[in-house]
Design a protein around this ligand. Structure first.
Ligand code: WQD
Length: 341
């Protein structure tokens, strides 16, 4: 059974990917420092697959600890690297936290992988690297724009670090996956998104408002040059995203290790506006969402959605779940977490 390391494996996308890896026959080791996740997620994973992954509580900023890990687990055949800070607004307030946590850790992991006879590495990136695109849908060769936040900058720099490393360490193959907007939860409601504090992202704010945790959703602007005036995003079900990671891992494991580095957009290829997401939620939940139109949020791009041709044709992956599926699963998860019927 091939052993795969998943860093940040107790997080939102990480935990869903651990489930898919186990269900596809991989043995999983999770590293997580529990700074933005809960140890209880291990139980959620076991509820679904019957197996709790191996778990090492470890902070990847500790270079010695990372080195010790790879001495202890010298048979890891692939690494899927989710562990990072990911709040755009927080990164503006605390850039050094983001540069240390998102980049030092990447360097320490790659230093260890470059010592191995062969290594396969998947990097969690983001459509945020594109900034405000010149044209839509966005392809992988669209220009990477000057980052609009330190968070986005760490994804751009991270990809450059990997590209430069693969050029020198030809036994290292890597894939960077640029996520659009991950939403939803596992159909079992055993795992899902667990934002700490007030959610920054739209969908958890919607479900928490409907669950009574938040007074009212503010829609940040309805005067944008879009069909209904609200921002457009490519909302992809987290379970489709998890499947894409396993497809990408198999591509690496089956390919000759020759320093190859590829980038793929992971989206549905369809844009949805904020108001369309709200309508989808109301349809699948039967709830009337309490929201108001508020001023624009600094840094929001007008519209962004993926051209998924490369992922479809080269990776052999396509999203299958719909916006309604995602909103329904997000609501089912929220009700489970809050003990609502
Ligand atoms: C989506 C839309 C908001 C909250 C960010 C990161 C991206 C990725 C996903 C990490 C926007 C509107 C939101 C609210 C609202 N994160 N909104 N009221 O900003 O597209 O992407 O999260 O990888 O890298 O940049 O996602 O969910 O914050 O916002 O109206 O209370 O919902 O204005 O139009 P975003 P989001």
């Amino acid at each position: 059974m091939k052993k795969i390391l998943v860093t940040g494996g107790l997080g939102f996308i990480g935990s869903h990917t651990v489930v898919e890896l186990q269900q596809q026959g991989f043995e999983v080791i999770v590293i997580d420092n529990l700074s933005n996740s809960s140890i209880d997620v291990l139980d959620g994973i076991k509820e679904i697959t019957g197996v709790a992954p191996l778990f090492e509580e470890l902070d990847l900023r500790d270079k010695e600890a990372v080195s010790h890990f790879f001495k202890k687990y010298d048979d890891v055949e692939g690494v899927i690297h989710f562990a990072a800070s990911k709040a755009v607004g927080e990164s503006v307030q605390n850039p050094l936290l983001y540069y240390e946590n998102n980049l030092n850790t990447l360097v320490y992991l790659l230093q260890e992988l470059s010592k191995k006879d062969s290594a396969n590495f998947i990097f969690s990136s983001s459509c945020t690297v594109y900034g405000e695109p010149d044209s839509l849908p966005i392809t992988e060769d669209a220009p990477v724009k000057p980052a609009q936040s330190p968070y986005g900058n760490t994804k751009q720099i991270g990809e450059e670090i990997i590209k430069d490393t693969c050029k020198v360490y030809e036994k290292l193959n890597a894939i960077s996956l640029r996520y659009f907007n991950p939403i939803g939860a596992h159909e079992s409601a055993s795992i899902g998104e667990l934002p700490l504090g007030v959610p920054q992202n739209l969908v958890p704010f919607i479900t928490q408002t409907a669950a009574g945790l938040r007074e009212q959703l503010s829609v940040f602007g309805d005067d944008y040059p879009t069909a209904d005036g609200t921002n457009v995003r490519d909302y992809i079900h987290v379970f489709d995203l998890a499947k894409a990671h396993v497809v990408a891992l198999k591509r690496l494991l089956e390919s000759k290790n020759d320093g190859n580095f590829e980038i793929f957009n992971l989206g549905t290829g369809t844009g949805s506006s904020v108001l369309e997401v709200i309508k989808s939620f109301e349809k699948v939940s039967g709830e009337n969402l309490n929201y108001k139109i508020a001023p624009r949020r600094e840094g929001d791009v007008i519209a962004v959605y993926a051209d998924t041709t490369k992922a479809n044709e080269v990776l052999g992956w396509k999203s299958e779940l719909t916006l309604d599926d995602a909103m329904s699963s997000a609501w089912k998860w929220e009700k489970k977490v809050r003990g609502l019927s």
